[in-house]
Design a protein around this ligand. Structure first.
Ligand code: MIC
Ligand code: SF4
Length: 644
């Protein structure tokens, strides 16, 4: 039996386990990336592990999220990251150089290699045939120290692309179609591989838009073959020597196949408040809009922005619309500046933002009350824009630019003849904004600079013999990490200060939660399906840890968040019968008697007793040998310190 692309990369990097679906595999990690909002914690964890110099082939730290500096916090954290990287062998991409995924794809990613990043959109690297996976900061820290990264062996899904996109229909519309078909939880436990004749019609930046937003499927990652198109992209980046060919074996077996005829797709939007709430622009109709934002790691490539510039050229943004544009990298920005496209964008009235995440994570440009904002981003969760009742629609750059001119939802196919922007033969690359680390001889003399905002990792304790605590919060389905640990300009500067950031934990759902949890001392959270979808932020586990959460009992978990809970030493439990969700109310006294012994004995089915009602509820605690030991030790940091 042949292998899929992902199986080939996994096989070549397998350190432990066998490749049976669902069983745990340990992978050798070639590259890591961090960004600043998760990076400070990841490097504090790396320091705690105590390995002097990274053991990966390439580790890069990007500054792209916390770039709005309204106080000392972000600047201090950036200085910490810069110095800690210099000391320990990590490349440092300076603020202004661009969004981690865009820059990594341009400058460092390599087909056939493994990459983990402390950001859920790390799968962007799948656009050039990498096995690129989003992970919690602590997992990235362990990988930097040379440790394996563990996933449960995913199922393989093949998305078979045929035909060719019509003019003005975009790669964004392809991934919106996949989201429409599979939903935000349809990819959990799966790797999505793209294949078929249609793949040959897509450039690397288009492929990367698709693998990037595959994160919204809940998938472990997404991957394209590495072919001649990949080779010409790498060559245009001056990195042809990094290219290898990669394709699935002819007899590779997929667990699921989805067929998409590209020629049938039309411009679409993900409507509020979920990336899978997809409608065509035609179905939405010519509704009035207030704001358009173009950028983010999904759609801020040179090709994206050249198309936008061509649409805006010689026109003016509608008077009722604010158009903001953030190029994805310095390379993109520079090329637009040199070829005059930036002038066309400025002339049309766009507000140019720095090369960073910006509005995607609520760092400015929050829309007006109830404002309708069209964004080329990947997430439209409630409140994420910074405006609680903001109505965010996720669209292609073409739809965004066309609508910015008319002031209403506009199908870009009405723009007339298509613009043809070819991939440049040579990108305007240089790495002058990437600082190399100190040499091995010099590293000891580098001083790591820490600001007063940096507080230590929360204290942990080995798993208790019994858990007897109340339910401090009950939430519904599809809770995102933006609910658990909101981001935005006001809260993000607290990412290195767990006590302070914990004051905002779950406040989107219940503003009294942090105070209640603290008053209770220890407690349990109850949730529905796909709990913890969205980002990789381990703060969504560390804040609950700080607030005394001992276990989270839900109908099902999103992958990265479940791993982060285990890393934080919080028990992840699922209901055996989903209907039992209804038998727990907030405030009920819950008990897991003899839990430590049962888990140590390898029991996977436990009994959760609702002492308030007397009901006995069967729950699953599915831990492997390694994750079991992590939970018993009180988290991955303690486990790693003791097990090396
Ligand atoms: C996001 O898009 O939600 C983020 C902000 O990039 C997060 C990381 C974080 O919360 O710092 C992610 O995607 O993992
Ligand atoms: Fe940044 Fe948005 Fe991409 Fe997250 S999704 S890395 S916030 S641009």
């Amino acid at each position: 039996m042949g292998y899929t692309i992902a199986q080939k990369i996994i096989k070549a990097h397998l350190l432990s386990g066998d490749m049976t679906v669902g069983s745990e595999v340990g992978l050798k990690i070639d590259q890591t990336l961090t960004q600043d909002a998760t990076g400070t914690m990841a490097y504090l964890e790396f320091e705690a592990i105590g390995v002097p110099r990274v053991k990966t082939e390439k580790s890069v730290a990007y500054i792209d999220h916390n770039t709005l500096q309204t106080g000392f916090e972000n600047a201090d954290d950036h200085r910490f990251i810069q110095t800690v990287c210099k000391k320990h062998g990590i490349y440092f991409s300076r603020p202004g150089n661009g969004i981690c995924h865009q820059v990594h794809l341009e400058r460092f990613g390599k087909p056939g290699k493994t990459l983990i990043g402390s950001d859920s959109h790390t799968p962007t690297g799948g656009g050039i045939g990498m096995l690129a996976i989003g992970a919690g900061g602590l997992d990235v820290a362990v990988a930097m120290g040379g440790g394996a990264y563990y996933i449960s062996m995913p199922k393989m899904v093949r998305v078979n692309l045929t035909g060719k996109l019509q003019a003005w229909v975009s790669a964004k519309d392809i991934i919106l179609e996949v989201l429409r078909i599979m939903s935000v939880k349809g990819g959990v436990g799966k790797i999505i591989e793209y294949g078929g004749e249609g793949v040959k019609t897509l450039t690397v930046p288009e492929r990367a838009t698709i693998t990037n937003m595959g994160a919204e499927l809940g998938a472990t990652t997404s991957v394209f073959p590495s072919d001649e198109i990949t080779r010409s992209f790498m060559k245009a980046q001056g990195r042809e020597e990094d290219w290898i060919e990669l394709s699935p074996d002819a007899d590779a077996v997929y667990d699921e196949v989805i067929d998409i005829d590209l020629s049938k797709l039309v411009p679409m939007a993900a409507c509020p408040h979920s990336p899978d709430n997809v409608k065509t622009i035609e179905e939405i109709g010519p509704q009035k809009i207030d704001q358009v934002c173009i950028g983010s790691c999904t759609n801020s490539s040179y090709l994206d922005l050249m198309r936008v510039a061509a649409i805006l050229k010689g026109k003016t943004v509608h008077p009722d619309v604010s158009l903001a544009i953030a190029p994805g990298s310095k390379q993109v920005y520079n090329m637009l500046a040199k070829n005059g496209a930036l002038a066309d964008i400025i002339e049309a009235g766009a507000r140019i933002l720095e090369c960073a995440c910006g509005p995607c994570i609520g760092m400015g440009q929050s829309p007006n009350s109830k404002g309708i904002s069209l964004r080329t981003f990947n997430r439209n969760f409630e409140g994420r824009s910074g405006t609680r009742d903001g109505q965010i629609y996720l669209v292609s750059p073409e739809t965004a630019a066309a609508s910015a001119l008319t002031g209403v939802f506009t199908d870009p196919r009405t723009l007339g003849e298509a613009v043809n922007i070819p991939l440049p033969e040579k990108f305007d690359y240089n790495d002058n904004m990437v600082a190399a680390p100190a040499s091995e001889e010099e590293m000891d003399s580098v001083e790591v600079l820490r600001g007063p905002n940096i507080k230590p990792y929360p204290s942990t304790a080995p798993l208790a013999e019994n858990i007897d605590v109340p339910c401090s919060l009950k939430v519904g389905d599809n809770i995102t990490t933006d609910h658990i640990m909101p981001a935005g300009a006001k809260i993000l500067p607290l990412r290195s200060n767990i006590p302070a950031i914990s004051e905002h934990c779950f406040t989107v759902c219940d503003k009294d939660f942090p105070a209640r949890a603290k008053q209770l001392g220890s407690s349990i959270i109850v949730g529905g399906v796909n709990y913890g979808q969205g980002s990789s932020r381990e703060h969504a586990a560390l804040a609950p840890l700080y607030l005394g959460i001992k276990a989270v009992v839900v109908k099902s978990f999103a992958r990265i968040h479940r791993a982060n809970l285990i890393n934080a030493g919080i028990l992840p439990l699922t209901f055996v019968n989903e209907a039992d969700y209804d038998s727990i109310s907030q405030g009920d006294e819950l008990s897991l008697p003899n839990v430590r012994q049962l888990i140590a004995d390898g029991k996977t089915e436990l009994t959760l007793i609702n002492k308030t009602t007397g009901k006995e509820i069967p729950v699953l605690c599915e831990l492997s040998g390694r994750t079991k030991d992590i939970i018993l030790a009180g988290g991955l940091l303690d486990y790693t310190k003791h097990n090396g």
